[in-house]
Design a binder for this molecule. Sequence first.
Ligand code: ATP
Length: 303
Amino acid sequence: MIEVNRLTKRYGRVTAVNDLSFTVRSGHVTGFLGPNGAGKSTTLRMILGLHAPTSGSATVAGRDCRGLRRALRQVGALLDAGDVHGGRTARDQLRFLARSNAIPAGRVEEVLREVGLSAAADRRIGGFSLGMRQRLGIAGALLGDPPVLIFDEPLNGLDPEGVLFVRNLFRRLAAEGRTVFVSSHLMTEMEHTADRLIVVGRGELLADETVAEFAARGSQQTVQVRTTDPAELVTALTAGGARVAQAPDGLLTVTGLDATAIARTALDHRLLIHELVPRTGSLEQAFMELTGSSVEYAAGARA
Ligand SMILES: Nc1ncnc2c1ncn2[C@@H]1O[C@H](COP(=O)(O)OP(=O)(O)OP(=O)(O)O)[C@@H](O)[C@H]1O
C-alpha cells in the first residue's frame, strides 16, 4: 500500500504538487493520470524518497522510503528509462543493481527472461531502442520481488506487442497481491491497463475511483436507436421530453430518456425498433472534461 498525506512540493514560485492525499491499494493496478505538468513525476519521486516534500508525507507499506536500505526489495520503480549507463550491458546493469541491494545474482536471469530480454542481455544499453530500455527498466523494478511497484509512463515507446505484454504483466503482479501504481498522461493507455484511477491536475487531486466510476462521471448517457419510421419516433420521443439528433442514415441519438422509456414510447405508437444501444461517454471524454482547465494551466499560465 502507498499512502500520500497532504503532500506539497514547491519549486520556487511553482507549486508542482499541492496538498495531495490518496491511498493506492494492494491487489489492483492503479493508474496515476493527469495532463503534462500535472505533478505526477514529482509525486512519484517523493513517494520513492528521491525528492523531499515541502510539506506532507508519503509512505510505502507504512515506511518512509528516504534512506531505506535494500530499497529494491521493498519497492521497485521505473522512472526514466533513458536514465541508465549506456556503456553497460543489460545483464551488467541488472547485476550491479542486484549486488547493491543484496539480491541473489540468479534473479537477474529470471527477470531478463520475464521481460523478454534474455537474447539481448549482453548488448550495450546504448544501442537499445526506447521499448527495450522500458523492458530493462521494468526488469530492474521486478528484481527485488517487491510488494510495491511504481512505473512512470511505462508504455512510452512500446509497440503494440510490448503494450500488451506490459498490461498482462501488471495484471499478474496485481493478482499476486502487489501494489501496482502506473502513471500516464494518456487516458487511452489507462483504459485497458488500470482498474482504479487517481487523476491529478495542477498538482491537485481531481478523482480517486474505479475506471468504471470515472467513465460514468460527467459524460452524458445517450441511446442510439434505429426504427422503420424515424420521423414519427422523433415526434413521439420529443413529446416525451427527450432530445433527439438524427443522422442522414436515419440513426437517432437520444438524450434524456433511457432505453426502456424509448422502447415503451415506440410500443405505444406501434413503431418498430430494430436497434437500441445505450452508450456512456468515453473515458477520454470524461478525462478531458475533468482536466480541461488544468491543461490550460500547465500550458504556461502557472503563477
Ligand atoms: N526540478 C524542478 N524545478 C522546477 N520546476 C519543476 C521541477 N520539476 C518539476 N517542475 C515543475 O513542476 C510541475 C510538475 O511537473 P511533473 O514533471 O511532476 O509533472 P508530470 O505530471 O509528471 O508531467 P509529464 O506528464 O509532462 O511528465 C511542472 O510545472 C514542472 O515544470
